[in-house]
Design a protein around this ligand. Structure first.
Ligand SMILES: Cc1cc2nc3c(=O)[nH]c(=O)nc-3n(C[C@H](O)[C@H](O)[C@H](O)COP(=O)(O)OP(=O)(O)OC[C@H]3O[C@@H](n4cnc5c(N)ncnc54)[C@H](O)[C@@H]3O)c2cc1C
Length: 376
């Protein structure tokens, strides 16, 4: 058996590492981009020395012991803890919605129990039924209308280019609301940034004599050279694998606009959201704040920021977020049935699974697929 991995993102890299180290088999990883790491890729900005996450901020966070143990073989992590701020109507608030946000927004100093009772009253004013019918109702049933209109409504419109009343309630199911001053964005057991950066983490993951990596190479370039009995672990678009024969899956895309500024600190934090509709981007990332421990770069009078704009996806654009509605779910299932006809192809990664996965979920899935479908 020969082994081919299509895509050097975290899912493909973990699969390749397992095949190489646990089965002592050779594996070829092909990646159409000029770099490894997939969407977790980072590189150093030459002028400022700042390490930038090239496809948007990536914070590693997990509560899965097996994933934490696995990834720590290849990197240690800083003790960075993620927090997010948001601008609305010329003021800055803390996210996810917590006691700071509620008290700042309403100009009050409520205790946790008082805030719970107050928000419950706001929710009751709307007289919603027990089953929210769409995202708007779901959000209002968690935080009331004023907070929804300030922090969720316009941001959601920008992100999805759809009215929140047209979006499924499920997208907001886990809208976190805290009646405490805990401003941590994630509540996982472990979180941090790879101490030497994501680029080094991927270099280490794929640094094995059994692994050959070919960047700037698409699956389509090598497809005809792959022996029919080889195992192909494919992390690209499922519909592209089958020539879009059943139709095209829908995605959301993003556009990143990069700027370098000759100041020590542009916005005082890693991520600032922009909740209002008069600003076209959804957030600004300032990457030097991910590594305050890199003292010289941190203190220097140069910083890199990146504005993130949501974008309608068209074939050829980077596919970032799946649109898991009824049509796409049915179409994806039809493609998985086609894929199942060929036991030598495994559809994997977040593209192949047509799922949004955080990095830890992608690793968990890759480890599981390796154990159950690949390891002899
Ligand atoms: C904006 C944004 C921010 C995120 N932030 C976080 C975060 O803070 N924390 C977190 O845990 N997760 C975050 N994620 C999720 C994280 O990016 C994913 O979990 C991770 O990238 C999944 O890895 P993957 O290998 O499945 O896919 P990818 O990283 O997309 O890798 C797939 C690779 O396959 C390549 N490929 C595709 N088709 C072909 C082909 N035909 N031939 C050759 N190569 C091909 C692609 O070029 C790509 O490099 C974020 C995602 C986004 C979109």
């Amino acid at each position: 058996m020969q082994y081919f991995v299509i895509g050097a993102g975290i899912w493909g890299s973990v699969i390749a590492e397992r095949i190489a180290s646990q089965m002592n088999e050779k594996v070829l990883v092909v990646e159409r981009r000029p770099h490894i790491g997939g969407n977790c890729h980072s590189s150093i900005d030459e002028k400022s020395g700042v390490e930038c996450h090239r496809y948007g901020s990536h914070i590693f966070h997990t509560s899965l012991p097996e994933v934490w143990k696995y990834i720590n073989q290849f990197t240690s992590f800083t003790n960075y803890h993620h927090t997010v701020l948001t601008k609305h109507a010329g003021r800055v608030y803390s996210l996810p919605i917590n006691l700071h946000t509620i008290n700042d927004f309403y100009g009050k100093s409520l205790s946790p129990d008082e805030a719970k009772a107050f928000i419950a009253q706001e929710i009751a004013k709307e007289g919603l039924g027990s089953e929210p019918k769409n995202l708007e109702e779901q959000a209002i049933s968690r935080i009331g209308r004023p907070l929804y209109e300030a922090f969720i409504r316009d941001y959601t419109r920008k992100q999805w280019e759809r009215e929140p009343t047209e979006l499924p309630a499920a997208i907001m199911k886990r809208l976190p609301v805290r009646f405490s001053y805990n401003t941590d964005y994630f509540s996982d057991t472990w979180q941090g940034i790879p101490r030497d950066g994501y680029a080094q983490l991927f270099k280490k993951l794929l640094d094995h004599p059994n692994i050959t990596v070919q960047t700037n190479t698409a699956y389509e370039d090598i497809r005809d050279t792959i022996p029919s009995d080889a195992l192909v672990c494919y992390t690209g678009l499922p519909d592209a694998l089958f020539g879009y024969s059943l139709g095209e899956l829908t995605w959301r895309s993003l556009r990143f606009e990069w700027e370098t500024h000759d100041v020590q600190d542009f916005q005082g934090t890693t991520v600032m959201n922009y909740a209002d509709s008069d600003v076209a981007f959804t957030r600004i990332h300032e990457f030097k704040h991910y590594h305050p421990e890199r003292a010289k770069v941190y203190a220097s009078k140069a910083t890199v920021i990146c504005k993130e704009y949501p974008k309608t996806w068209q074939r050829g654009d980077e596919a970032y977020y799946p649109v898991n509605d009824e049509r796409n779910t049915a179409l994806y299932e039809a493609y998985t049935k086609l894929a199942a006809k060929n036991p030598n192809v495994i559809l994997g990664g977040r593209l192949g699974a047509y799922r949004y996965w955080d990095m830890d979920k992608a690793i968990e899935n890759a480890l599981h697929v390796f154990e159950t479908k690949i390891k002899r």
